[in-house]
Write a protein that binds this ligand. Structure first.
Ligand code: KIV
Length: 273
């Protein structure tokens, strides 16, 4: 099997993602929040683009994901969708737009799907949000679950450390994964949990399990684009592999531009009309 065997697929769908899990091909997923970055990552061949509510951190500079609004998520998602021709686009439903009220969950989802043109939504939690998940699925919208470290619950956890190290939390996570599968979710993200547990989840449920800080035993990996590109220098958890130093490259380019302007070197004659 080629590691790139889904490379010739014209458009990634939930069906293709399931086939990838079934034949053991790992699923690649990255976040994107704007047109220009989404165009590049789609052209690079990423399978899933997540319009994550991490936009609240990396785009808006908030400390947590809680402040971002549904309108803001729709703005980011519609910018991404306009750029994409192959990737499957999943959008986080933001905090406060789906928990505890399945009618509101459905309303939020319908707004995301209609106004952005995205392909699926992602929600955080298990049994606590089962009515919302079922209601969204009843409208024919694919749902991706998210278990483990769920950043919308950061004030409940109190810290960003590894989740489900204790047996009771690990058991609940496993039960939640089974429940999300039973309800009809097409995939689950597991964030910052022990690698053995993540592997067990991926082996227990038939749907794809995508990990972030969850080891290599899952069906795919996701990272926040700004972290893996080295734009967010202050965030360096152990699970993060940094594939570029864009901050360094940008600082050099900006510094050179400033120098050229100050030295009257830019623009030169060829750059003028
Ligand atoms: O919002 C986000 O970027 C996410 C990923 C960390 C999975 O949920």
């Amino acid at each position: 099997m080629s590691v790139h065997s889904s490379a010739n697929v014209k458009r990634i769908t939930t069906h293709i993602l399931q086939e990838m899990k079934d034949r053991g091909e790992k699923i690649s997923m990255l976040t994107a929040y704007d047109y220009s970055m989404a165009k590049i990552v789609d052209a690079a061949g990423i399978d899933i683009i997540l319009v994550g509510d991490s936009a609240s951190n990396v785009m808006a500079g908030h400390e947590t994901t809680l402040p971002i609004t549904l309108d803001q998520m729709i703005y980011h998602a519609s910018s991404v969708v306009r750029a994409v021709s192959r990737s499957f686009v999943v959008v986080d439903i933001p905090f406060g737009s789906y928990q505890g009220n399945s009618s509101e969950a459905l309303r939020s989802t319908i707004r995301i799907m209609k106004e952005s043109g995205a392909h699926a939504v992602k929600v955080e939690g298990g049994s606590e949000i089962k009515e919302s998940v079922a209601r969204i699925l009843s409208a024919g919208v694919p749902v991706m679950g998210h278990l483990g470290l769920t950043p919308q619950s950061i004030y409940k956890f109190g810290t960003y450390t590894v989740r489900a190290k204790e047996e009771s939390e690990a058991l609940k996570l496993l039960e939640d994964a089974k429940l999300l599968e039973e309800l009809g979710c097409f995939a689950i993200v597991v964030e910052k949990i022990p690698a053995d547990l993540a592997k067990q989840v991926a082996e227990t449920v038939a749907i794809p399990v995508i990990g972030i800080g969850a080891g290599g035993g899952v069906d795919g990996q996701v990272l926040v684009m700004h972290d893996m590109l080295g734009i967010t220098q202050e965030f360096k958890p152990r699970f993060l592999r940094q594939y570029a130093d864009l901050e360094g490259i940008m600082m050099e380019a900006f510094g050179q531009y400033i120098k050229d302007v100050k030295n009257k070197d830019f623009p030169n004659e060829k750059e003028s009309y």
